[in-house]
Design a protein around this ligand. Structure first.
Ligand SMILES: [Ca+2]
Length: 506
């Protein structure tokens, strides 16, 4: 009897205090994936598992990232605008949730220095650097294979690989020829979910896939699914994506389809041979996203199998817009196998950005607006869509609100600023949402500020005085009609605000 009473008291304490189950958090990031690539954002790429997340949760149409990989990831992890100094001035969400006994796990692309286990993660496996060969991230050729294709600018320098708290800086060449980074990251995530399935404490799992960032590497069976998909060309793909996005309600009639990039040829003007080559590039790109989606399916299945799914907030997003960088290696090496190191190029990046203009590394919508999906069983309304203007820095305050975590004032010997992010929990709950007074960007000379519906933006340029462009996104969300000359006062006010924002870092 005494034991039974003790047990009942214990259960009550658990219910009202420390044992109340906080949600697990699973963050899945794609790399350089355009706004309209996945099916639930209008794309023709088969992404049934990501689509299932969208069907269970909320899609965000006005979600912003930074313009490039590293800064985006820092902003997401710390809740701080990346121009402030990235991980030097912020605590990561792993460090913020650690005091609440979260099991903190990460796999995939880190792209900060020096390694995740220095920033609050218990476990880690993946690419510490920014991009690598998917089949063989190292320098050495394996028997029966050519030298692994590499980014030319890297010279002889190896990409850094990380296994737990060990860095492999001399090049990581797995013996297994069936090694493929996307699968390796999926496997590590699934294995950790299995390993910790009986833990009482919740987990934070951050899966940072490198797909579909170049190089174009994919499994032949996945490429085969798309071998004929892109022979219609980028003009037809842009049109069909645009029509589907309208039909699905991802965009409304105010979103016009941007004209084809003026550096991209009309598909019909290409020779038949060139069309074949180009269609193959995009087939490999699609296969990379397809494989990532298959991996996401495995992770979700594991959550269901271990009984964690119902208590897990799942977030899927891309880290920036589609990438239009030219290929780094000999274009005569075909995309797909280990020896190549190709990129998809501007024509297809233009299609990935549909309906927007421009790409990664710009602060225009094509560089910084990304697809984002948040699914949290019992909270998010299935199949819902939000046009709330939100940003990567909003995740940290959201996690803080749902867990009761606080932002440290000091970490690693540095005093920290407060996060400028705003929790999106009210949006998830269907309640009134506090808005950002402004959002701003600066990346390598490409700059922008959004205040309400107005956006001031300028591209990186060799000339020192790149003109500002001014858009009213309520009427012109695709940034087609520059109003700078019509509203000089508004331009000045917004420029002043942007300059003040830049001074925050001093
Ligand atoms: Ca990226």
């Amino acid at each position: 009897m005494k034991l039974l009473i003790c047990f009942i008291i214990y259960l009550s304490l658990c219910h009202f205090a420390q044992c109340a189950q906080k949600p697990n958090i699973l963050i899945i990031m794609a790399d350089d994936m355009g706004y309209s690539d996945i099916a639930c954002f209008g794309g023709e790429i088969e992404t049934p598992n990501i689509d299932t997340l969208a069907a269970a949760g909320m899609r965000f149409g006005n979600f912003y990232t930074d313009a490039k990989c590293g800064p985006s990831r820092a902003a997401m992890m710390t809740g701080q605008f990346s121009h402030l100094g990235r991980l030097r001035v912020g605590a990561t969400f792993a460090e913020i949730l650690k005091p609440l006994n979260y099991r903190t796990l990460m796999t995939g692309k880190w792209h900060q220095g020096p390694k995740p286990t220095d920033y609050g993660f218990d476990r880690y496996y993946g690419l510490v650097d920014g991009c690598c060969n998917f089949w063989n991230p190292g320098l050495e050729a394996r028997p029966g294979e050519g030298k692994p294709g590499r980014k030319k600018q890297m010279g002889d320098k190896a990409r850094i690989w990380g296994i737990e708290d060990q860095l492999i800086e001399t090049g990581y060449t797995p013996k297994d020829k069936n090694f493929y980074t996307t699968d390796a990251f999926t496997d590590y995530a699934v294995e950790r979910l299995e390993e910790y399935k009986n833990e009482e404490n919740p987990f934070l799992l951050y899966v940072a896939y490198t797909a579909p960032h170049y190089p174009l590497h994919a499994w032949p069976e996945d490429i085969a699914k798309y071998k004929d998909t892109y022979t219609v060309g980028w003009d037809a793909i842009r049109n069909s994506r645009y029509q589907r996005m309208l039909e699905m309600g991802i965009i409304n009639e105010k979103f016009k389809l941007s004209p084809r990039d003026n550096e991209v040829d009309a598909w019909d003007e290409l020779t038949a041979e060139e069309q074949q080559k180009q269609a193959k590039l995009m087939a490999v790109y699609a296969a990379m996203i397809d494989r990532m989606d298959q991996g996401i399916g495995k992770i979700i299945n594991k959550l269901k199998e271990t009984g964690q799914y119902e208590n897990t907030m799942i977030i899927f997003m891309s880290d920036n817009g589609a990438c239009a960088e030219p290929p780094n290696t000999d274009p005569n090496i075909p995309p797909g196998p280990v020896e190549g190191y190709r990129s998809v190029g501007k024509g297809w990046a233009n299609a990935s950005s549909t309906p927007f203009r421009l790409y990664k590394a710009t602060s225009h919508e094509g560089g910084t607006r990304a697809p984002m999906i948040l699914s949290w069983p019992g909270v998010t309304k299935p199949g819902s869509f939000s046009d709330h203007v939100c940003h990567l820095i909003d995740f940290v305050p959201t996690f803080m609100e749902i867990t009761g975590a606080t932002y440290p004032t000091e970490i690693r010997g540095r005093k920290l600023k407060k996060t400028n992010g705003i929790s999106i929990l009210p949006t998830l709950n269907g309640e009134e949402q506090k808005q950002h007074p402004y959002l701003a960007w600066e990346r390598g000379g490409s700059k922008a500020i959004r205040i309400g519906d107005w956006k001031l933006v300028s591209q990186k340029s060799k000339s020192k005085n790149t003109p500002w462009e001014l858009y009213n996104l309520a009427d012109d969300p695709v940034e087609l009609n520059d109003l700078a000359s019509q509203h000089p006062e508004k331009l000045k006010t917004m420029e002043k605000k942007w300059l003040q924002w830049m001074q925050l870092k001093e």
